[in-house]
Design a protein around this ligand. Structure first.
Ligand code: HXC
Length: 536
């Protein structure tokens, strides 16, 4: 191929066609060579990847993005590092495929790490490629998705690798609340890669192949003598159930990437846009008599709040976050009459639906995400209180509970509270009560809103009288009836404007749909302007 500055035999007057053909051949050859690097350059590594149930970077992008929509950026990039044999190995892409494509026709920016090159580890060039697409995602206002399969900082590039991670973290934070960020862990996610995951809004993991930790089992053993497997240390189950880092866990990459597409379909492109609306379902006239059957009248009887959610949302379909962590609260994205909402609901089936350290953190982060991205909040309340005990107090339930309180107090999106059965004490206040700014509070007629449940309240207030009573059990039952009749019913709250309406449970879906329509034009504080529109 002609070198730059080669002016040909005609002394610079070469015909355009003659110039173009060799140049095009060179381009094709380069691209083919490059594809070789990625897909067939190291067949053993690709085979190993497949034998582990993992796909290659390009196969993954093929599943994630709409067909033929991927536009690659920086495919020629290679590292310029020296030492430790690096100058002998300079594969194109530097182990990460970056660019942009569409999901259901809506633009996203992506990177997919290629474990077959340097174990997907991140050196300087690799990091700069990721940073470039992050910058484009922010400047164009589109979601950013990382497909992670990486041994972390590339050891041979030393501090430049660390510097590369720092630049990514800095961008993760600057982009937080501006564009949705999604991390999909499809293999190792060690060291620096782990922090980028934690900074994202959502983390997907694949059950048997994803591992997420700051330091791997070898380092753990060297430092503390503890022997632990990759899965025990940072497998998907650990992060789904215990650490709360994994938002979603899937059995295989195909279903995982399909769910990333589903999630993206419910998110706005950025913080200045509403989430995409689905078709209206005439929900404002929809009666759901089954709701009253799902929820037992006895406030102590458990039931599955997800059945209630399924009756309220369109097609009974919702995407639950952190399904296996802090199960006493349910957080989910769904549509009501076509409009995307974030649902926060106590789960009476787990720990009677109490709020505790983990539940507060889970719900608080979700409320803040919804608020940042213009997603209205629907809060379903059936809560006996905060979990008492030294375990919780010492673990900082006050500090963590305050996060949820803070998140609700700050939220400026439309907010609807539905009190199903009971709402006691501080947990009543925290679960989006009128006092902390809900826009619309609805209550079922069966509910009790009070400082505490009737039995506990009577024991405290009438302790002396009960001790002196001839038949304490009968007297207690009478006092409980009186307490319920006078204080612990929704009309007590409704008369005082703390509940806006007492509704038939069957009308919950329609009332929520009407509430969302009523609040659609709600505006938060005016965003600081770039400049006024001076009449020029
Ligand atoms: C350079 C790496 C690498 C790394 C893996 N490789 N990790 N190269 N830097 N960090 C290379 C291997 O040398 C190997 O190259 C290829 O990738 C495949 O790795 P294997 O070990 O053969 O694969 P496997 O057995 O599947 O194990 C994968 C692994 C393991 C669990 C990820 O490689 C591993 O433990 N790596 C180190 C993880 C780690 O501790 N990273 C440091 C992070 S510190 P060849 O040429 O043989 O194919 C960090 C600091 C930032 O990130 C902190 C910021 C907060």
């Amino acid at each position: 191929p002609p070198r730059t500055g080669d002016r040909g035999e005609t002394g610079g007057r070469q015909e355009p066609e003659a110039r173009t053909v060799p140049t095009m051949r060179s381009l094709r050859e380069r691209r083919d060579a490059l594809r070789d690097d990625i897909v067939t350059g190291n067949p053993a590594a690709v085979d190993r990847q497949h034998s582990l149930g993992k796909l290659t970077a390009r196969e993954r992008l093929g599943l994630l993005l709409d067909e033929d929509s991927f536009v690659e950026i920086d495919m020629y990039r290679r590292h310029r590092a020296h030492g430790l044999g690096l100058e002998e190995r300079r594969p194109h892409t530097d182990g990460v495929v970056t660019g942009s494509g569409t999901i259901h026709g809506r633009r996203v920016f992506v990177y997919a790490q290629d474990f077959t090159i340097f174990g997907g580890s991140l050196g300087e060039a690799h990091a700069l490629k990721i940073q470039k697409v992050m910058d484009l995602a922010v400047s164009t206002g589109n979601p950013f998705i990382g497909l992670i399969d990486s041994g972390g900082a590339r050891i041979q590039e030393g501090v430049l690798s660390l510097n590369g991670y720092g630049g990514i973290f800095q961008r993760n934070v600057q982009a937080s609340g501006v564009i949705p960020q999604i991390s999909v862990v499809l293999g190792p996610c060690a060291g620096g890669a782990a922090y980028s995951t934690a900074l994202a809004d959502f983390t997907f993991m694949v059950r048997d192949t994803a591992q997420l930790y700051l330091t791997g089992p070898d380092v753990v053993e060297a430092v503390s003598g503890e022997r632990v497997t990759h899965a025990e240390l940072g497998g998907a189950q650990v992060h789904a159930r215990r650490s709360g880092i994994a938002t979603f866990v899937h059995d295989d990459e195909e279903s995982c990437l399909e769910d990333v597409r589903y999630l993206v379909s419910m998110l706005p492109a950025n913080n200045m846009e509403p989430p995409p609306r689905g078709p209206s379902r005439d929900a404002s006239r929809d009666s759901r008599p089954r709701l009253a059957e799902i929820v037992p009248a006895d406030p102590k009887q458990p039931y599955d709040i997800r059945e209630v959610i399924a009756e309220i949302v369109d097609d009974g379909e919702f995407l639950e976050l952190h399904e296996a962590w802090a199960r006493n609260v349910v957080c989910a994205l769904a549509r009501v009459d076509g409009e995307v909402v974030g649902l926060v609901a106590n789960q009476p089936m787990v720990l009677a639906g109490v709020l505790d350290v983990d539940a507060s953190q889970k719900a608080a982060r979700f409320v803040r995400f919804c608020d940042a991205f213009n997603i209205p909040l629907v809060t379903l309340v059936d809560v006996p209180g905060f979990l008492p005990g030294t375990g919780q107090e010492h673990a900082g339930v006050i500090r963590h509970g305050a996060k949820l309180l803070y998140a609700y107090c700050e939220a400026t999106v439309p907010r609807i509270q539905v009190i199903l059965r009971k709402a006691y004490g501080g947990a009543y206040i925290v679960m989006d009560s009128r006092s902390i700014g809900t826009d619309l509070s609805l209550a079922w007629p069966s509910n009790e809103i009070a400082v505490m449940g009737a039995e506990g309240a009577v024991n405290v207030v009438y302790r002396k009288e009960l001790a002196a009573a001839g038949d304490p059990a009968r007297r207690r039952a009478e006092l409980i009836d009186t307490y319920r009749g006078e204080l612990a019913h929704p009309y007590f709250s409704a008369e005082r404007g703390l509940v806006d309406d007492v509704i038939d449970p069957a009308d919950t879906r329609s009332a929520v749909a009407r509430g969302l329509a009523m609040l659609r034009d709600k505006r938060g504080p005016v965003v600081r302007r770039k400049h006024g529109n001076v009449p020029l």
